[in-house]
Design a binder for this molecule. Structure first.
Ligand SMILES: Cc1cc2nc3c(=O)[nH]c(=O)nc-3n(C[C@H](O)[C@H](O)[C@H](O)COP(=O)(O)OP(=O)(O)OC[C@H]3O[C@@H](n4cnc5c(N)ncnc54)[C@H](O)[C@@H]3O)c2cc1C
Length: 239
């Protein structure tokens, strides 16, 4: 979707939503209004996932994200539906429209202070002086077989050893930390297959895409279009 079209859609949806909020809260009451909306949204989303044959991750971390998202959205919607009993829908539209701006204004001093504290703490630890420059190889061949037996010992691979570093960006720290934790838990449960399944769910598609893009770049002398397709910041990378 083009950015202007997406922007227009967001403006249209959020400028008309308060009216719908007000209407659906009238009569049956705001509680039923918000419940109906959430229920309908859930059914629509599940139908879309099924119709578009999208993968629907259901591992533990995905479930946690769903619970956190649902709780946040539901609490916010509950307050909006309650407030709509007293605030005109036009004013709610204006508040909705201003919320990104207000969030940015509120976040700036909060985040700035956090980053400055972090930076000061880091400088205390590592100092300002550059002592040496170094480099290192990054494994970029994609995900390997994640477990096997060494004699009788079950061995699980995590992080770089498992080939989890992204073949395009080289980023592997987050995946190394996360997979290390999951590998430890799986080892304690002696369930290597669930570990493999979870890692494929989490990183499989992203790594495969990155590997494909990397190979496309290496297989030719890339022009501008191929370069755009080869870097994550461009929409072409994700198509
Ligand atoms: C130059 C460079 C820049 C990078 N920049 C980024 C970045 O900006 N963001 C990002 O997300 N990722 C980055 N990465 C990738 C990231 O560093 C790795 O993906 C990540 O550190 C992998 O973690 P790991 O624990 O799997 O492996 P490692 O961090 O390599 O840890 C493996 C450890 O095992 C030790 N070891 C090896 N063999 C043995 C042995 N036989 N016995 C005992 N110990 C052993 C090693 O010494 C090492 O300490 C970068 C990598 C490089 C090389």
């Amino acid at each position: 979707m083009s950015v202007p079209a997406a922007y227009l859609a967001v403006v249209l949806i959020w400028s008309t939503t308060p009216l719908a909020v007000k209407w659906s809260g009238e009569g049956p009451g705001f509680l039923l209004g918000v419940l109906g909306r959430m229920g309908l949204a859930t059914i629509l989303c599940l139908a879309l996932v099924a119709a578009m044959r999208l993968e629907f991750p259901w591992h533990r971390d995905a479930r946690r994200a769903y619970y956190a998202g649902a709780l946040g959205a539901y609490a916010a919607m509950l307050l909006i539906y309650w407030a709509a009993q007293y605030v005109p829908s036009g004013l709610i539209s204006v508040l909705f429209g201003l919320s990104p701006l207000v969030t940015a204004l509120l976040a700036r001093p909060l985040l700035k202070a956090i980053i400055e504290r972090l930076h000061a703490g880091l400088l205390d630890r590592v100092g300002r002086e550059i002592l040496a420059l170094t480099g290192g190889a990054i494994p970029v061949g994609g995900m390997l077989k994640l477990f096997g037996l060494l004699e009788d010992t079950l061995v699980l691979l995590a992080g770089d050893a498992a080939g989890l570093a992204n073949p395009v960006t080289g980023a592997g720290i987050a995946a190394a930390v996360h997979s290390g934790r999951l590998a430890g838990e799986a080892a304690a449960r002696k369930s290597p297959h669930s570990y493999e399944e979870e890692l494929h769910d989490l990183y499989g598609a992203a790594l495969e895409r990155a590997l494909r893009r990397r190979r496309e770049l290496l297989d030719s002398v890339p022009g501008k279009a191929a370069l755009r397709r080869g870097w994550i910041a461009y929409p072409e990378y994700w198509q």
